[in-house]
Ligand binder design. Structure first.
Ligand code: GLU
Length: 507
């Protein structure tokens, strides 16, 4: 078998939807599993939809996810360039070859004439007429008016090249997920292949480039299924059928209620991200939230995406990228759409935070402390991460759960203490703070021992003292075990906080 070559071929038109990242992931896993090559090709032939910054954004998303292409516009490779706008000159000859063979034709219709066509041919039977086998002979093209077309062309009238779709042919192809798929060409329009400015459309460019770049497998979203018949015919008409990639059309990612495709609007409405990273539309300034900025780890994001449409056939849900590479199989991807569940996405992140070492988490967590304006010294932060990670679902939770290690609380929630506060307790804490100063080895066990011994001496139940102590150290009723907190805060700070709050509480 030829070396496996797969591609992710985005159009740089905006933020990268999580479905797009899943397409990248499945391509990547398949390539790695077969020691193949994973290619990033930028499909930017539609200049009207070009959005500045979108290409760099895609590259950054792939970097963040660790899904790095082997060949790309940035890296180059044996089939460069990898950006279709830079390959413009290579498409025209194939479009002309199709015209010569009778599989395509020149069409001279103006925008106004196309608009009129939609009105002129509208009937009850055909409410939205398209440029197809039923209508083409009544339009301005080299099939309906061959003589005139020659003249128009020599006069320099602008024209496009359209595929001539057969009016009633069954097209079959085999899809690795869907099995045998068939279409009747009667439903398909004569798609434009080459535009008046000489740029190919997606339909021509995708086939030519998949051929020239020796793509062996084309995995893409289900939304491309209706375009497949035209693509299959182009492979055949260009004489490349035996080199055609194997197809897999990946299932849609659905709204949480299962009704329709998950859109960026759903995310805005329901309060969760839909893009991989924050995306700001350069035209409108509108910001769409991303998983990265929401505090997801790329390992968790990838793991969650892998499971949206695939499973290993076992109970296992948490997979490292290496496990995914060895266990993934495209045949096990489901046909049906996968419902997106944000709570489940957060569960994956929580699991990954718990499993990750403090070294792994430190740089990411540190960023959130920096953003909050809290200087978190790294040696202490590493220990704090280990202590609180069980309580964190998203990365910003570390700031909420642990800022008190680096800053004295600005406020203390004294209400839960006040009701049961008395002179005995005040005495206890004043003396306890002093006793702490005599501890030589400042650790969990010795702090706990001094605390318990003193409580016994004062004849107060330890249980009644633990919550006040927690609030003194943390500011509120949360956090990891209180003596572990004291250990990390250090002797001076622990004593300082106890004294401060004891003072605030009065008699
Ligand atoms: N350029 C298409 C897109 O934006 C790629 C479709 C394909 O992979 O064939 O999704």
């Amino acid at each position: 078998m030829d070396k496996i070559r797969v591609r992710f071929a985005p159009s740089p038109t905006g933020g990268l939807h999580l479905g797009g990242v899943r397409t990248v992931l499945y391509n990547y896993l398949f390539a790695r599993q077969h020691q193949g090559t994973f290619i990033l090709r930028i499909e930017d032939t539609d200049q009207n939809r070009f959005v500045p910054g979108a290409e760099d954004y895609i590259v950054e998303c792939l970097n963040w996810c660790g899904l790095i292409p082997d060949e790309s516009p940035l890296k180059g490779g044996p089939y460069a360039p990898y950006k279709q706008s830079e390959r413009k000159s290579s498409y025209q000859k194939y479009a002309e070859q199709l015209v010569e063979a009778g599989y395509a034709y020149y069409a001279f219709d103006t925008t106004e004439e196309l608009e009129q066509m939609r009105i002129r041919f509208k009937t009850d039977e055909n409410p939205s007429p398209q440029y197809d086998s039923r209508i083409r002979m009544q339009m301005k093209n080299s099939l309906s008016e061959p003589e005139k077309a020659r003249q128009w062309k020599s006069e320099g009238l602008p024209y496009v090249i359209r595929i001539r779709m057969p009016d009633n042919e069954e097209i079959h192809f085999s899809d690795l997920i869907r099995g045998d798929v068939h279409f009747n060409t009667g439903q398909s329009d004569d798609k434009v292949l080459l535009k008046a400015d000489g740029m190919p459309t997606y339909h021509l460019a995708v086939v030519v480039d998949d051929y020239l770049m020796k793509i062996t497998h084309a995995f893409r979203g289900e939304e491309w299924l209706p375009s497949a018949p035209a693509h299959i015919l182009l492979w055949k008409y260009l004489g490349w059928e035996k080199d055609m990639p194997q197809w897999a059309h990946l299932p849609l990612i659905l709204k949480p209620d299962g009704h329709g495709k998950l859109s960026k609007r759903d995310g805005d409405k329901l309060g969760f991200p839909v893009f991989a990273m924050n995306w700001t539309d350069p035209k409108t300034g509108e910001l769409t939230a991303g998983f990265r900025e929401r505090g997801f780890l790329p390992e968790a994001f990838i793991n969650m995406l892998a499971m949206l449409g695939w499973n290993a056939g076992t109970e296992q849900e948490i997979f490292t990228i290496d496990e995914l590479i060895s266990q993934f199989s495209i045949e096990r991807v489901h046909k049906g759409g996968a419902k997106f569940d944000f709570e489940k996405a957060k569960w994956f992140n929580h699991e990954w935070i718990k499993r990750s070492s403090s070294e792994r988490l430190l740089p990411d967590v540190k960023k959130y402390f920096d953003q909050a304006g809290i200087h978190a010294e790294e040696t202490l932060l590493a220990k704090v991460i280990d202590l609180v990670k069980e309580r964190c679902t998203l990365l910003p939770d570390f700031v909420d759960q642990a800022s008190f290690f680096f800053l004295r609380p600005a406020q203390y929630d004294l209400e839960p203490i006040k009701g049961k506060w008395n002179t005995d307790k005040k005495m206890f804490f004043a003396e306890f703070a002093d006793k702490l100063s005599s501890i030589h080895t400042w650790d969990f066990a010795s702090i706990e021992q001094v605390f318990k011994a003193h409580a016994e001496e004062k004849n107060i139940k330890a249980g009644e003292l633990l919550q006040p102590l927690r609030i003194m150290l943390v500011g509120g009723k949360f956090g990891p075990p209180v003596f572990a907190i004291a250990e990390l805060l250090g002797k001076e700070e622990t004593m300082g906080r106890i004294k401060e709050v004891t003072g605030l509480l009065g008699e």
